[in-house]
Each structure stands twice: as structure tokens, then as C-alpha cells.
Write a protein that binds this ligand. Sequence first.
Ligand SMILES: [Zn+2]
Length: 322
Amino acid sequence: MSNFPRDAVRALPKAELHVHLEGTVDATTLLTLAERHGVKPPADDVAGIDQWYKFDDFPMFLERYFAVLGLLREPEDFAFVAERYMTTAHDQGVVHLEFYVSATGHILENQKKWAPIHDGIVEGCNRAAAATGMSWGLIPDISPHLGSEACIRAMDEVFAHDLSHVLAVGMGGPADNWWTQDFSPIYAKARSLGLAGVAHAGEHGGADEVRFALEQFGAERIQHGIGAMQDPAVVELLVNSGVACDVCPGSNLALKAVPDAASHPLPAMLDAGMTVTLGSDDPPMFQTNLLDEYERAWDWCELDLEGVSRLAQNSLDAALVV
Ligand SMILES: [Zn+2]
């Protein structure tokens, strides 16, 4: 039995720096959205959706993630989901939240305009912020399987709209075409507009992805980064630069990025002196929440309260500010 001090950890001010807006759609919300849009849901009840949110592998997860994305259509859908998750996070002691939004997925796959999506999210975040006092920002995300040319066009639409709530551009999802296509112009343009760049790397892939994101994109944070541990030189790059890895242990287990908890490199990452923050990634899809992630770190790394406090402080220090 874990002796995890959940209430004490809840009370620690924390930032959540790795959570996807679309991945916060829980079973009840999914059923609500499906009904609202007259779409047949993948299952008829909460238990069925929760079962649907169990994945054999990463491709199966992505297929279902994009199915959920297709249920987010109107600005109020985005506002509803954003407000709901910020409130949930606040209940876990989150004082600052950075939402990844699959911008290229909405624009290219669902043929949606960015402006109303953005404005809906802003509306929901502002409502939650007014009620909770939280700060927040957005990280529009590139899905590389959609191709660099199309993503560059889609992100130009993002860059042309209000950027006052946008912290950075990010990249997530299938990463096996990083090497054949050039997404760096998107990062260069973001930088020219005063935005940061972050990227998923070293989740299912290895240390080369992390190096690539650091060197080619100038990534200021890495999402996951667990694959970095395969190469001491990349670990050294991360330690020396202080670039944080936003690690999501529950996601890594659910998507089999590691075979089991004992194989997860989180303890080794902390021992190596890397800056680590904890995130929940797509919490209802992985049957997790941010406090559960702190509990995993507590158990796996045999942390004490000072150890978890350091992780919470890391998240505040690594946060981007508008
Ligand atoms: Zn992620």
C-alpha cells in the first residue's frame, strides 16, 4: 500500500504543463457531445466509453483520439471542455495550466477554422480562471502525420489570429516522419512572433528524437523525453540546458511506451539531474489524473515530501508565461 500523502500534494501549488485539451474529454462529456451533434457514440454508456478508452497500442490510441477530436465542433464545445478540465485541475492544486490543442488536426482533418476554436477555448478558460484564479495559456500542436506542407499552411492560420493567449507551438502524435519532412519553418516562424517551441520526443522513440527536437526546433521543453535515457550525451544536453521533460508515467504505461512500471526511467531521470515535471497527458483516456501521476512518482522513485515538492516547483519554474 502506498503511503502517498495525497492531501499534502494536492495542497502544493503546481503547474500542469502536459495535457491535451481533446484528451480531457471524459466519458460523460463524450456522450454529451455525441448527443449534441447527433452522432452515434462509440458506446452507449459511461462504462462502455471507459472500455473504449483502453488501448492496445499507440496507433489505436491515435485513431480514437482523432475520433474524439471530431466531436469538438462548435466554439461552445471547446469552451465547455476547457472550463471543465481547468476546474478539475484546480481541485488538484493546479495554479497554472498549459493546454495543448491539436490545431492542425482541427484545421486539416476536420476542416475547421482556427479562430472560432481558439475563441471558444479562450472563453472557457476565462470562465474557469475567473472562478479559480488560475493562470493558463495555449500550445497549438502540429500532428506530423498530416505532412509538413499542410501543417505549415494550417499553422499560418493560427499565427494570423490572436496570439495573446498562445505560449508556444508544439508537436505531438505519430513521429515516424520527422526525419523525412521539415517542420522547422513552423518553429522559426513561432520564434519570430515571440512564441516558444516545445515538442513531444522520446516517447515511443529514442534519444535521437530528443536531440532532433532540441537542435532542429530549439525546443524549450520536451514532452515525455523518456527515450533520452538511451543516450548519455542527450541526457547531458538536457541536464546542461535545463530543458524540462514533461513526463506522464500513466500515459507511458497505458500506451505501452514502457513494458511495466519497474522499467520506467523516471527514477533514473531524477538521479541524472534532469528537470522533470509531471503531466497527465490525456487523463480520462488513461484512467489517471495529475495527483495519480504524483503518486506514481512517489512510489517509483521512493520520494519524500521534499522530493514531490521539488517536482511541483519544477513545474512552476518550467511554465511559459503569456
Ligand atoms: Zn502528450
